[in-house]
Write a protein that binds this ligand. Structure first.
Ligand SMILES: Nc1ncnc2c1ncn2[C@@H]1O[C@H](COP(=O)(O)OP(=O)(O)OP(=O)(O)O)[C@@H](O)[C@H]1O
Ligand SMILES: [Mg+2]
Length: 247
């Protein structure tokens, strides 16, 4: 098996990744530059106070928001391989741009399913520029979407079953897995894992999609054209936008 994981600011041009203090961004900060008025900050604080998460959920987010490996092991019950551990850890930075080069059956899709659920469940909202944004968006893309998405979906289903039998079974009440979408109950349009087709010559469904917490996973990247990667790079501009590409 040959496998390499690289991380960087661009999905195709990896650079060194930054290390963050996991406790720092439990709730993403209000962005406050010199020109931000006290009034806007106060308004943002009111919004946060109004979006009251139960203490159990807050604690869960503190523990797992910056630790996808721990989420996979403790919440989804997996025993990851050394390569999978590297992959989970590479996804920690808020702006992770990770490429996985691998042989077949090294456990990529298995990890993608857990990473997608981690991103769904650990980013409940962001407050920035005086506004509240509910949830995270995750997109699974590939040239042969049906096949790849089916694989990731199966892994998410398996994870939910494991979750239901573990110490975090209460999480299962919060989200629904349908054939094409995974979403947090009550927020189907705002807070989800969805699919995006990346076939050659096809316009990119992800163009113009922006979210504070946005994760794009591309499988079978070798069959994805540069045009699509240009769109993805152009879309992933916010501080908590992660991209994971496997070829
Ligand atoms: N840590 C693990 N624990 C248990 N089963 C695993 C683990 N990692 C992978 N598997 C299982 O091994 C099989 C192959 O893994 P997977 O499909 O994730 O590999 P892949 O790298 O995506 O393969 P391909 O290159 O064909 O796309 C799957 O059934 C998957 O669920
Ligand atoms: Mg696979």
């Amino acid at each position: 098996m040959s496998k390499g994981i690289t991380s960087g600011s661009s999905a195709r041009k990896p650079t060194k990744r930054a290390v963050r203090d996991p406790a720092e961004d439990v709730v993403p900060k209000v962005s406050a530059d010199e020109s931000t008025t006290q009034g806007r900050l106060r308004r943002a604080q009111e919004i946060v106070n109004g979006f009251d998460l139960p203490p159990k959920v807050r604690l869960f987010i503190v523990e797992y928001q910056f630790d996808p490996l721990r989420f996979a092991v403790e919440v989804c019950g997996v025993s990851p391989s050394a390569d999978q551990i590297d992959l989970y850890q590479a996804m920690e930075p808020m702006d992770a741009k990770v490429s996985v080069v691998s042989g077949t059956s090294t456990g990529k899709t298995n990890s993608f399913g857990r990473i997608a659920l981690w991103h769904l469940l650990c980013y409940p909202y962001a407050v920035y520029d005086g506004k509240l944004e509910i949830g995270s968006n995750t997109y699974i893309g590939a040239p042969n979407l049906q096949q790849v998405a089916d694989g990731v979906w199966k892994e998410m289903q398996d994870s939910k079953i494991a979750m239901a039998n573990g110490p975090h079974s209460w999480l299962c009440d919060y989200f629904v897995i349908t054939k094409t979408r995974v979403y947090v109950t009550g927020f189907e349009e705002q807070w989800f894992v969805g699919r995006v087709a990346l076939a050659k010559g096809q316009s990119v469904g992800i163009a113009g999609k922006h979210r504070w917490a946005q994760l794009i996973i591309v499988d079978e990247a070798a069959g994805v054209s540069d045009d699509h990667f240009d769109v993805i790079d152009g879309t992933q501009t916010q501080p908590c936008n992660r991209t994971l590409i496997a070829s």
